[in-house]
Design a protein. Sequence first.
Length: 346
Amino acid sequence: MLEVEDGSSCHFCAISASHAGPFHACLDCDSQSLHCTPCIVDFHSCSPLHRLKTWNGTYFEDGSLANAGLVLNLGHNMSTCREGGGKVHTHLVTMIDVNGLHNVRMSWCRCYGFGSLASEMFRLQWLPATLIRPGTAFTFRVMKLFQMLSHVARKSAWDFCTALLRITDNVQPDLLPEIYRSFIYLQRHWRVARGYKRAGQIRIKEVGMTPRLGLECVSCPWPNKNIPDNWKDDTDADLIYATFIAVDGNYRLSRNNKGGGEATDPSYVGDDGFYAPNEDYKEYCRIRGGADDEIADITCRGHKSGDATRYNNSPRKASSGLVCGICARSAAFFHHGTVDLAIGER
C-alpha cells in the first residue's frame, strides 16, 4: 500500500498536478513524496533501476522510468555523446536487480575506439547476457545475492528467478520475460570469474604462467616459500619437512553422462582447478588398466567398496565416484589432487 499526504503539487518544483500531468512516487527511495515527470526523471538520472508508481487520478498504477522518458547515457560520465549529429539512438534492455525486472532505455557512446555496449555495461557493474547487442543484463548485486543465498540458504536458481519475477509482478509473473536460462549460464561465468579473482590468477596467463585455482596448504612445507633454503641439509629433513597426504574415495558419488558429456558441456576452468588434467589421467588409466591388480580378495562381508558386483559400468555414467588427496593435518585440498573413478574405489 502506498500512502501520501498531499498529491496536489510536485515536491521539487511545486508545480500543480493540473499543469504537470501524471505524478510519480518512487518505491525504492526513502521519500514517498510525489513528483512530476521531469523532476522524477532528473532525480533518477543515476538510479535507473528504481521502481515507480504513477497516479492516474484514481489510483496508483505500475510505472517505470523508461516510460517516464529516462534515457541512461553510457560513457562520458552519463552525459550525452556528442557524436552522431545530435541524434540519440536508444536501446531497450531488460535489467534484473535485487528489486525485480526493469526496462531501461539506454544510449551508448559512439566515439571512435571507445568500446562496445557490453563493455560500457561492465563499467556500471552490470553483467550482460551476451557481448553482441545485449538485450538482458544482471547487476553485480543480484549475482552476489544469489551466490550467498545458494551457499547459506541452499536456494536454487529456479527459486531465485521465480522470486524475482514475483517481486516484479506477483499477479501475472508468466507475462514477464523468461530469465532463468540466461541466469544459469551467467552465474557459472560469475563464479568462475570470482574464483580467478580471489585466487589472484586474472593476469597470470599474460606473463606466461599457468593459472591455478587450488590454493596451497599453509601448514605444509613448500620450498622457497615457508621453509629454510638449506632445508635439505637438516638430518631430520624427512621428518620435519614431510607432507602428510590422506587419500580417500567415494564410489557412491557417481556422475551421469548427460547429453553429449564433456564435449557439449566443457569445464570453464579446464586444468586450472582441483581435478587432474583429463588427458594425463586417461593416459595413466590406459597404462594402469593393463597391469595386474594388487588388491587382495575381499573376505569381509561388510566391505562394499571393493565388491565388483556393485560396480556401475553403465554408459550412462560418466564416472562412478571420485578420489581426493588432501592434507592430513589441515584437510586442505591439493591442486590437481582429485580424479574421477572408473570402477568403484579401485
